[in-house]
Ligand binder design. Sequence first.
Ligand code: SF4
Length: 369
Amino acid sequence: MSDNESSSVPKELEEPPSKWDPSGPEWQDWKWQMANRLTSFEELKRLNIKGLKEEDFKFPLSITPYYATLLQNKDINYPLCKTMIPSAEELVKSPGEEDDPLCEDDMSPVPGLVHRYPDRVLLLTTNTCASYCRYCTRSRTVGTHCASTNIDLVVEYISSHPLIRDVILSGGDPLTLQTKTMVSLLTKIKSIPHIDVLRIGTKAPVVMPQRIDSDLIEALKAFHPLYINIHFTHPDELTPETIEACRKLAKAGMILGSQTVLLKGVNDDSETIKKLVLGLVKIGVVPRYLYQCDPITGSKHFRTPVEKGIEIINALQGFISGFAVPKFVIDAPKGGGKIPVGQTHITFMDDKSIKLRNYLGKIYEYPTE
Ligand code: SF4
């Protein structure tokens, strides 16, 4: 956790005082958090962040009051500031970058649905997120215009493709939808006979833990088993509020996993990732993926060499519990899907044996006859 995770808010933000009272009843209301998001340079200036530059504010910005308290009095280079505050570098398009590098639009048979793999689909439920990450793969749509998802067409498409057994609700962030809308979506999808697995991808427990309220918990329980993948970036996001949100979800029977994007100057060292993944397993969240940052337009300043991700995984593998080590993957440009990346541990292979290198670099032989 960061050194200033008290819930006190600087004097400058208290306009009017009741509006920014973390101990007040409104603060715990996720709808209030959504309605009072910081969306301009002027509002962000009140957080007293060192190095903030008005000329960098060219793209949509949105930060919940809750998450804003994690940024207050920090420097612009503080990892969490980097992930949420616009930078002029976003305006530079580098070679190989695309607005839609994963070709999701080309793989969308009906509006709001991406069908890339044979047995699963991605349902883009909304274009809204509680807070906007600067490196978002869907920045071409997220926060920019209304979702065009037609749920009837989606259900019709899934129903007519019996190989599909797994539906991932993503967005934007599905947990910015009203609870009754979520329930309606989940009910319609679950009623399709060949759907076995429902998943939700969200950053809400991290940027707006107030969203995990008793209404939502009660509603989601009905869809057990429900897999919830939470987008974590940095160990400083493991605040008491976020930990409590995860605890409530886990206690209600949700199966929790995490995904993290590897970002230069944010989390690109093994100690940071180790602190994050050990913090996650401690609260019942299994670290699933560490992603190489997608080459979206204006993301060069966030991308690390691929070797950095391999180096981080090698620094974890064998040194911490195996289930705490995320899989390092590249989501291949042009829609190739997630491809695991790593050093092979096989140093030699013939028809009698293979030789394997362990986490300490020692070589062991395994008979294959
Ligand atoms: S939470 Fe996910 S969808 Fe929303 S802005 Fe961040 S990366 Fe994009």
